[in-house]
Design a protein around this ligand. Structure first.
Ligand code: FAD
Length: 270
């Protein structure tokens, strides 16, 4: 649904109806025989998309799905990208040649997740660029800070690691992601909360009424939270929508009992 935001999915009878707004704010309505949703868990939990009928009123499968949404949670993570445009090789102050990333483990527990992991992009593409990951509670805390405040904290943190031996200059460019605030993201990857059960992800993928299908990283048990999991979940859902349900079933069976055949199975059955 490019450049369109879905706000309601009515799937109780044929045809399925999608309603929402396009990028200019105009309302739209689309009818179809079947619908595939990859709406992330974090968005499902906010309730900004209305489902008619609500999952909780849609028999056992609907109740299982609502239970899965209630017991899955969106992981929290943001990236802070720092770039020093005019920095020449000799001025790069971090171990640029032989590490892909470095980790700083704070002794203070309240600082955990707070600029712990730094990705060295010089190793990837020669750019004088670091990307810091902030996770957990701290990823939520920075939502109340401006980009300037977040970048200043990142630079302070670097200075606390390296100075006074080396000088850490101000970055010339920076970017702070805001996935946790973004209305259509709200998730980095899903995790089951304590007490969640293994079937929870298959309940997320279970179709409703033979016309409402689900895919996305949270629905593919074998490769949760990954791009390839999300991709295969889409392929699996497409087979189900085309009534070729047996192909993903054969794939799952062979994957489970003969995991070494996995690459061939994927080509044959997905
Ligand atoms: C920092 C980071 C690093 C990662 N690293 C890796 C890695 O190394 N390897 C790996 O395999 N995976 C990695 N992942 C995970 C991977 O990116 C995700 O698992 C995957 O992208 C999820 O795909 P998806 O299709 O389920 O969801 P998304 O990619 O989030 O797609 C959902 C889509 O639904 C749209 N949408 C949401 N709500 C609406 C609405 N109301 N109306 C219309 N459209 C809507 C969104 O705009 C979006 O396009 C990483 C993720 C993060 C954040």
């Amino acid at each position: 649904m490019l450049n369109r935001k879905v706000t309601k999915i009515s799937y109780g009878s044929d045809p399925v109806v999608l309603e929402g707004t396009d990028s200019s704010g105009e309302s739209f309505s689309i009818k179809g025989k079947k619908v595939l949703s990859t709406i992330p868990t974090g968005v499902l939990k906010t309730g900004t998309v209305e489902f008619d009928p609500p999952f909780s009123q849609q028999g056992d499968a609907g109740k299982r799905k609502q239970d899965a949404i209630d017991h899955l949670n969106p992981g929290q993570l943001e990236k802070i990208i720092l770039y020093w445009e005019d920095m020449v090789e000799d001025e790069i102050f971090w171990a640029k040649d032989n590490v892909h990333f470095f980790v700083h483990v704070a002794e203070d527990e309240t600082m955990q997740g707070n600029f712990t992991y730094w990705n060295n992009f010089h190793r990837q593409n020669g750019a004088p660029m670091l990307v810091a990951f902030v996770t957990g509670d701290y990823a939520m805390d920075i939502q109340d800070l401006t980009d300037e405040e977040v970048v200043a904290t990142a630079v302070d943190r670097l200075r606390s690691y390296y100075e006074p031996d080396v000088v850490v200059p101000e970055p010339t460019h920076s970017h702070v992601t805001r996935w946790m605030e973004e209305e259509t993201t709200k998730t980095i990857y899903t995790y089951a909360e304590v007490g969640g059960h293994p079937e929870i992800h298959s309940h997320m993928s279970e179709p409703l009424e033979g016309r409402f299908f689900f895919a996305g990283e949270a629905t593919f048990e074998r490769h949760l939270g990954t791009v390839h999991g999300a991709f295969y979940s889409g392929v699996r859902a497409a087979h189900l929508m085309l009534d070729k349900w047996w192909r993903p079933v054969v794939y799952e069976f062979l994957q489970y009992y003969f995991p070494f055949t996995s690459p061939y199975c994927r080509r044959l059955f997905l």
